[in-house]
Design a protein around this ligand. Sequence first.
Ligand code: SAM
Length: 407
Amino acid sequence: MSDDALDRIAHRLIRERLQPELVRTPSLSALVAERCSKHRMDSPVQYAELVERSDEEVGWLRAQIAVPETWLFRYPDSFEYLRRWVVEHRHRWSEQRPLRILSIACASGAEPLSAMIASASALVECGLDPSMAVRTVQADALDPNAAAIEAATSGQLPRMALRAELPAWAQRWVTMHNGMPRIDPQVRERCTFECGSAPMCLLQRPAAIYDVVYCRNLAIYLNEAGRREIGVQITRLLAAHGIVLLGHADRPALLGLDAELVSLQAAPASAFMFRRRHDTHAEPRPPAPSSRGGDIAAAPNGGGSQATFLGAQRAADEGRLDEARTAATALHAGGAREPALLHLLGTLALAAGDDPAAEQWLRQVVYAEPNHDEALLTMAVLAERRGDMEGGRRFRQRASLGAGGES
Ligand SMILES: C[S@@+](CC[C@H](N)C(=O)[O-])C[C@H]1O[C@@H](n2cnc3c(N)ncnc32)[C@H](O)[C@@H]1O
């Protein structure tokens, strides 16, 4: 096969910012032979000319190199931890100023849709009704693969889009039809999909608008210039206290962001989550700060394992709510009255749907610690749910005046 024609095709793909090593492999000859036969062309030179003038043909070649493979809740730890992060920061978002997610290289959309669902489910846990929770989140996603974007827009994801059991918190928004996952239309409507490439598609967007930026499993396909240009856009677009999620083979250094981003300390390494180096606000607060109780141990009760506050908090964070409730109740029965423990009991009652019990616990929290902004905001939501809008307004006002919040 003519080396000259292959070189022209490879150059065209490198101009698309693809990695030179990937476009110069022997498989390029095989791809060109396949396309010559499809287009009934006698020579690769003719095909090189087609590639030079046809974006569609470039798109086909790119899809063979950067395969649009993705699935729902890929890297499950990252979604579990995203939920925890959203709970921690929930007072930053509202219907007017939603939590904004960007997914660069979304393929058929499983990534932004998973992020939307994880975030909305966390807001439900904070007391929003499901419909309002979805309206408090918004995602923008892009990928140059037209077929993948079409699948994403339809909300009918391919069979392989679900590869593990659906998390319980996602079941409200994902249903199975003939073995294929279908996304709730309300979630899909909050997600815009654009057919286009980074960094070009990002240049016109306003700065500092995204709270959560995904750029997973793209950098490995791109040349250095492409990766760095995207890195520049990620830092430009990331809002204050925002986070960046990468893939298992990505590192901030690949995007030229090693000086800019550091791992989120509190997240497991398998979540591949990062924040700005100097932005400690992006980290969730430690579960038991000393001012709110330190670690508390229940008095030994004749042989059973000793419950600790940190153990109860960890169980709650990991979704083992019954275990968390048993441990927290044992601590309380043993005489512990620290605000952190009372707050955890309130949160657990809320998760169980027991609003009156949650209010009782939270009232004790704000009695002991009048500026506890998280408790005040949850009290506000609970009061509003009862129809007490004035009470809700007062709690919100107290929270915004308090010392502890970021509001
Ligand atoms: C392996 S998929 C990653 C999907 C998803 N981010 C994930 O991790 O599950 C790689 C995607 O990168 C897309 N892609 C290739 N070049 C791109 C570019 N310059 N800008 C945005 N996406 C690109 C491909 O079309 C493909 O869908």
